[in-house]
Design a protein around this ligand. Structure first.
Ligand SMILES: [Fe+2]
Length: 445
């Protein structure tokens, strides 16, 4: 009995220390005044039962929306107009399905939007129309995409405590403000996953969607390990071109969309089935075979700065071999809460020619950071382990994808780089993946 008590005590002490460590790993850059001004907003954020998300459509000209409503709110509607006062508005069909708890999920896909134009939209809660919000369809010849990850609202401490959620949400709002001040005309943003800590928390979901600017900025969200075990992700994000997966998670599947000369493919890296990931890549590249740029987003990074040269992982062994085969130019990830960028990688090694650049974002809210190992792997070119949220802007031009990474406290640039086109000759599908797997395996030995 005494022994059992001692064991329990040791476990308790370890968990307290672990808890303290986890808490200590957060870090915010806003000042006390910003937090004090934000805190009273919390009740308003939580009182809004129908906060809406915007997601990029399958192509320019399409925009997708989703929001929750009470299941007895049977008369849900959405309208869109070219005018601020919503005159001449057109109603768009709302697809209603059963959602988490006692909510319905309402999804709308608007098509036929014109490049360069600003539109206004409004939707109902219990028959009452929301205040109109605006978005602009940014031109797609040259455009900017903002990349963040792991806002992970609730990660910094005991997520049942309101002050913890307020702190993290304030950090996320601050980052959104900062990046849109720098890039007000961004076409859309990509979030690399772990949008919030608990996959079925409506409170945390509302907090993640709380920045006012997210009523206007489409965001392509990714299924992180924290989003995986609940249907809420799929209820609140209306992703385009979802691809059937045999081992899909509760949250959903991979999906793809195009913008200008770029094809964006979002992988659910919680599903480590090679067949499913290959299917998403095949479907996407078949739909847009001529896209100059191929960008993958996946939560887990095969070449994170947290990993060493010989770290074996499914993502590196399986997924990266597929990226070699499919000529992926750029992979965007999160998970390790530490900014890093790699060499151009091919077959598990840095390459002088063809290959893929892997970029990993730090925490977008400041809710948690991972440390940089004392010795970084040979494939890491740039890493930033200061406890400051970061974001990366990607400018898509004819010649290159230009990446610029900022720290949100001083707005200083911490990394700049160019990704070049990585299109090669045709490769034999299965054969080239197997060859890449062997090359990757040997590179780790
Ligand atoms: Fe995370």
């Amino acid at each position: 009995m005494k022994k059992a008590f001692r064991v329990i005590s040791i476990i308790l002490v370890i968990s307290i220390i672990t808890g303290i460590t986890a808490f200590a790993e957060s870090g915010y850059v806003y000042d006390e005044g910003t937090l004090a001004a934000f805190a009273p907003e919390w009740e308003k954020i939580q009182a809004d039962e129908t906060v809406i998300s915007i997601t990029p459509g399958g192509e320019i000209g399409e925009m997708r929306f989703a929001w929750l409503s009470a299941e007895n709110d049977t008369d849900v509607a959405f309208k869109i107009s070219e005018n601020t006062d919503m005159t001449g508005a057109k109603e768009v069909e709302v697809k209603v399905t059963d959602a988490i708890d006692s909510y319905n999920s309402n999804k709308v896909t608007v098509t036929g939007l014109e490049e360069g134009k600003t539109y206004y939209y409004s939707y109902t809660e219990n028959g009452v129309w929301s205040e109109a919000a605006a978005f602009t369809v940014q031109p797609d010849d040259e455009f900017t995409v903002l990349f963040v990850s792991d806002a992970q609202i609730g990660r910094s401490g005991d997520e049942t405590l309101t002050e913890v959620l307020i702190r993290d949400t304030c950090g996320w709002n601050y980052t959104v403000e900062k990046m849109l001040k720098q890039y007000p005309d961004a076409a859309f943003a990509i979030s690399g996953g772990d949008q919030f800590q608990s996959p079925d928390s409506i409170t945390q979901m509302k907090a993640y969607l709380s920045p006012e600017k997210l009523r206007s900025l489409p965001v392509a969200n990714t299924i992180g390990n924290h989003d995986d075990d609940s249907t809420l992700y799929g209820d609140i994000f209306n992703n385009p071109n979802e691809v059937f997966e045999l081992f899909a998670s509760d949250a959903g599947t991979g999906y793809y969309y195009s913008y200008g000369d770029a094809l964006f493919i979002t992988i659910n890296s919680n599903n480590t089935s090679l067949g499913d990931t290959a299917r998403v890549l095949r479907k996407a590249t078949k739909a847009y075979p001529d896209a100059k740029w191929r960008v993958v987003t996946m939560h887990h990074n095969p070449y994170s700065a947290s990993l060493s040269d010989d770290d074996f992982s499914d993502e590196r062994f399986l997924f990266s071999s597929l990226y070699d085969r499919y000529d992926i130019d750029l992979v965007l990830s999160g998970h390790d809460h530490l900014y890093s960028r790699t060499e151009v990688m091919f077959g598990g090694k840095a390459s002088d020619g063809e290959g893929t650049v892997y970029v990993q974002s730090s925490s977008a809210s400041g809710s948690n950071y991972d440390p940089l190992p004392e010795e970084t792997a040979s494939f890491i070119v740039s890493a930033f382990d200061v406890r400051v949220p970061t974001y990366t802007a990607f400018e898509f031009t004819d010649d290159a994808i230009i990446g610029t990474t900022y720290r949100t406290d001083s707005d200083e640039i911490i990394d700049t780089f160019e990704v070049e086109d990585n299109t090669t000759e045709f490769r034999l599908p299965v054969f080239s993946v197997i060859v890449s797997m062997f090359r990757t395996l040997f590179s780790m030995i």
